[in-house]
Each structure stands twice: as C-alpha cells, then as structure tokens.
Ligand binder design. Structure first.
Ligand SMILES: [Ca+2]
Ligand SMILES: [Ca+2]
Ligand SMILES: [Ca+2]
Ligand SMILES: [Ca+2]
Length: 313
C-alpha cells in the first residue's frame, strides 16, 4: 500500500479525488491509444508502383489498404520507377517507349505522358525536388550512370556526379538542400549524400555489402535504405552520420525500395526469387524502432516493385 500512502489516502475525500485522478489518467491513455494511427488507412494517399502482373512493366497505383488498384500506363514498352510530384497530381516514370529509356510525366490518374528527357542513353529513377520545380534522375548518356538535375520541364540539365562508376537512385531531402544517391565508386554499392548542387559528396553506409534505395524520413534526420549485409536484403534506418539506428526487417526475402507514408509508415517491395509483392511496415515509436510488424499491403499479395507514396497535400 506504499503507492496509495503517497497519495495521502487518509480520508474518503482524498480517496475520491485519487480515484477521480486515476479515472482521468485511464481515460487519457485510452484516448491516446484510440488515436494511434492504424497502418494502411485508405485516406493516407496512394502508392504508385511498377509491376509486370499484366505481362509487361506498367505503372499502377493502389490505396495503402490494398484497394482501388489502378493501371496508369498501357503500353507494351517497359514503364518503371514511378515518382509522385509533390502536388500529388502528376507521376513521373521511366519508359523505353521511344527507343531508349527516358523520363515521362503523366497525370495521377494516367493518361498521355509527355517526355521530360530526350537524351542519348537511358534515364531512370526520376525524383522531384520538394518544391516541384526540379527533377533529379540518373542517365548513362556519358557512358556510365550519373545523377542529373533539370528544371521540371526537362530544360537546363546539370550533371551532379562525374566518375566512371554508376551513380543512381537520387532522393531529395525534405528541405530540398541535399540529395541521397547510390554509387559503386568504392567497389560495392553505398548510399551517399551530397548537396543539391553536387558538392560535398560523402559515403554514409561504408559497408562491404550492397547498400541502396535511400528514402528520407520526413524529419530529414533519418534515411531508410536496403542492404544485403546479413546475406539477403533487409531494410535499415540510419542517421545522417551513417549510424544504424535500427534494422527494420529480418527474413530470408529481399526487402528493398522503402518509401515513407504518413505516420511513420513504410511501404516496400519484398521479393523471393521471381515472386515479389508490396509490404507495409508501421513504425510505432521512432525512438525505439526495429520491432514492428511487417504485413502485406491488402489481403491478397500485390505484385509490385519500386513503390512511391503519394505526398499528402
Ligand atoms: Ca508497359
Ligand atoms: Ca558515374
Ligand atoms: Ca556497401
Ligand atoms: Ca531479408
């Protein structure tokens, strides 16, 4: 009864006050639990992804609860790597419908795409700047892949990297000041970060395994990425010094291409051999991540890769 003593339960009046206080605390706790975000709510925006479920690579969108599957492209060419414009009203993607791979933009509901790049070589992995005024992508028009940034309409492309290795998978920081990307300039793939003008390129992962698919947390202080350092690909969370904050998945599948949704949700692609599907992870506590349950996006498996979560408007 030491606990009760501390609340000075000496008279019925004190006891009543104590129970009132307890009831209030319980009510507050219940209210807090009720407001905990549930994963994959239909009003959390859409997830665009690529899939060959209909015979060739197309871009699709789906609600994070697995409903409302919609095909956005319909072309026998390869259509890959969708990226939402920050307005949530346009989707950029990469397609070889005109011969080599170029970046195209289409309305969020699908429809006629217009080309953004018309370079020699192949252009992949479009990523809009957070203000929507620029677009980053990777192109091998100089022989190996480099990161480029152009105006939103494709004009004035600037090359940000310049080496013989492959530099690709650009990802803008939420404040638009930095770009994370993947490069094998040190022998194996690493996640690097540079300023948005290409200066101060630095290695964050520094691990002998292949590290890739960086995705900035909306706070700008953490980056989710994939690595095969335990033998197959898992998702990890690191800070901007490259310190691993948490290992987010642990299984014998290849978990890659994380994308952040509202309330610390991550959608990603999980594959095993030729089987690949979209999965969802809800991080309940960013201060203590790593023990969160992974589940399928929807009831039935949705064959999908390179998911990209629609920004909330
Ligand atoms: Ca296609
Ligand atoms: Ca290069
Ligand atoms: Ca590495
Ligand atoms: Ca795995």
């Amino acid at each position: 009864m030491k606990l009760l003593d501390s609340f000075e339960m000496r008279t019925p009046m004190h006891a009543l006050r104590w129970f009132a206080r307890l009831a209030l605390l319980l009510a507050l706790a219940a209210a807090a639990l009720a407001h905990l975000p549930a994963a994959g709510q239909p009003d959390d925006g859409l997830i665009a992804f690529m899939s060959d479920m209909d015979g060739n690579w197309e871009i699709y969108s789906v609600s994070p609860d697995g409903r409302g599957l919609r095909r956005l492209t319909d072309h026998r060419a390869d259509d890959r790597y969708p990226a939402w414009h920050p307005s949530g009203e346009l989707v950029a993607f990469s397609s070889d419908r005109d011969g080599s791979f170029n970046i195209y933009v289409m309305p969020a509901e699908g429809g006629d795409p217009r080309p953004i790049t018309r370079g020699k070589g192949d252009a992949f992995y479009p990523a809009w700047s957070p203000d929507g005024e620029q677009i980053a992508y990777a192109s091998n028009e100089d022989g190996d892949f480099e990161i480029y940034v152009s105006d939103a309409d494709g004009r004035s492309p600037r090359r940000l990297t310049d080496n013989r290795a492959d530099d690709w998978f650009p990802a803008w920081s939420p404040d638009g000041q930095q770009i994370a990307f993947v490069t094998d300039r040190d022998g194996d793939f690493e996640v690097y970060v540079m300023n948005a003008d290409g200066s101060q390129q630095r290695n964050l992962t520094r691990d002998g395994a292949d590290d890739g698919s960086p995705a900035w947390h909306p706070s700008g202080e953490l980056i989710a990425f994939s690595s095969n350092r335990d033998g197959d690909y898992e998702l990890y969370l690191m800070d901007l010094d490259g310190r691993i904050v948490a290992q987010l998945t642990a299984n014998d599948r290849d978990d890659q291409d994380p994308t952040w949704g509202p309330n610390d949700q991550i959608a990603f692609s999980s594959s095993s051999g030729r089987n690949y599907e979209l999965r969802l992870l809800q991080l309940d506590d960013l201060d203590d991540p790593g023990d969160d349950e992974v589940r399928r996006l929807g009831q039935e498996p949705i064959q999908g890769g390179s998911p990209n979560w629609q920004p909330s408007s």
